[in-house]
Design a protein around this ligand. Structure first.
Ligand code: SF4
Length: 385
């Protein structure tokens, strides 16, 4: 493996190079929505990111076109025909949530994100925008207009606050991105405009972000700025991205190398047994309850969607399966919920109609549902009215 020690970019940032090109496709489609962000489609305008967060998984070989991970923050490829490709592709797709938007500094000049949002607006597709840059405020009016027709989400990637014990360290790790206090201020503006907003606390860096004081600070700042959720996950490290990030730690925080060596031994992608997940996830859940927000993203649903009830039920089943995972339940139970959620998501008919015409037997007849989950779905239907 070629070793790529990180540059001293904290002190000597390079000048960025922009390369425009015309890809053949821009839209990634899934069979169904994921259970984290609820997105079914994704479409991005740029490859590479000027924010250059040192932990970014996009430096992994499978995502990055660059042999040298140092290039990721300084050589940015611009998909100049992305809006036209998106219009053509979405025109053939059922309406569902699109993961899109990228407000790194070059967006001010190239505006590909904005033009892609305009396509979603024209075609009535809801959007999920996840940002580390408050520059997304430029398009607040456009996103608010999309949101009026199709409920959307603007979330902010935030892993620390000025109240956090390791704030200075985290700022060095994401030093090219605007500070979190500006992201929180932007969150407050989106909340004021009626958008569903919150924090994606990703990734929680071991030894820097996983202490209770930081977890509470992030949840409290989110609630104080109108955020409705904190969605958290751990750090993954793979191939050249792992090599790069460990190089950053060795250069700036050598005291953490032993911890990371234990958590991410040779060949391991996610933290090994010693790390504190799910304790951290349960702590975040407890803190979210304390501050009146959620530890999952509420599923945005178009009220006129004939499958709105199906989507609400899927949301409940996914929440239950996450709870089971945190409780270390048997994988058999977890998979039973996952498969039932997928089956309800795949159902073309309104599940309410199925229940009204066929009763409990109709629910239990849905593939992968069976008798006990059929009863649970019946209970959810009654609860949702
Ligand atoms: S803002 Fe997101 S995409 Fe950009 S470098 Fe940071 S983690 Fe990666």
């Amino acid at each position: 493996m070629t070793l790529h020690p990180p540059p001293s970019s904290l002190y000597f940032p390079r000048r960025a190079t922009f390369i425009t090109y015309q890809p053949k496709t821009v839209l990634n489609k899934s069979k169904r929505a994921d259970h984290w962000f609820w997105t079914r489609y994704s479409a991005y305008p740029y490859i590479g990111c000027q924010h250059g967060c040192e932990f970014c998984y996009c430096r992994e070989r499978k995502y990055s076109p660059y042999d040298d991970p140092n290039d990721f923050a300084y050589t940015i490829k611009i998909k100049e025909n992305a809006p036209e490709l998106l219009r053509r592709a979405l025109g053939r797709c059922p309406v569902d949530l699109v993961f899109t938007g990228d407000y790194q500094p070059l967006e001010r000049k190239f505006q590909v994100s904005r033009r892609m949002l305009e396509v979603c607006h024209d075609l009535g597709f809801p959007v999920f925008v996840l940002e580390r840059n408050p520059g997304v405020l430029r398009d607040l009016d456009l996103i608010a207009s999309i949101n009026q027709r199709a409920p959307s989400v603007v979330a902010f990637s935030i892993i620390s606050t000025p109240d956090s014990p390791n704030y200075d360290r985290v700022r060095q790790i994401e030093h090219l991105a605007p500070p979190p206090e500006k992201r929180f201020a932007a969150m407050a503006q989106f909340a004021k405009a009626g958008l569903l907003t919150g924090t994606c606390m990703m990734p929680i860096l071991p030894g820097m972000c996983d202490d209770d004081a930081n977890l509470e600070a992030v949840v409290r700042w989110t609630a104080d700025h109108g955020g409705k959720f904190v969605l958290a996950s751990g750090l993954t490290l793979s191939d050249q991205q792992k090599n790069y990030f460990l190089g950053v730690l060795g250069q700036r925080f050598p005291d953490l190398l032993a911890l990371y060596g234990t958590l991410y031994p040779q060949g391991s992608y996610s933290p090994a047994g010693g790390w504190q997940w799910p304790r951290i996830a349960l702590k975040i859940r407890e803190l979210c309850e304390k501050y009146g927000i959620r530890d999952r993203v509420p599923r945005p649903i178009i009220p006129t969607d004939k499958r709105a009830l199906n989507k609400r039920i899927v949301e409940r089943l996914a929440e239950k399966l996450y709870t089971l995972e945190l409780a270390n339940a048997s994988s058999y139970r977890v998979w039973a919920y996952r498969k039932a959620a997928w089956a309800v998501d795949d159902l073309e008919q309104d599940i309410g109609l199925v229940y009204r015409t066929m009763g409990l037997k109709g629910l239990q007849g849905i593939e992968s549902v069976g008798s006990s989950l059929g009863l649970e779905i019946e209970r959810i239907i009654k609860e949702l009215g």
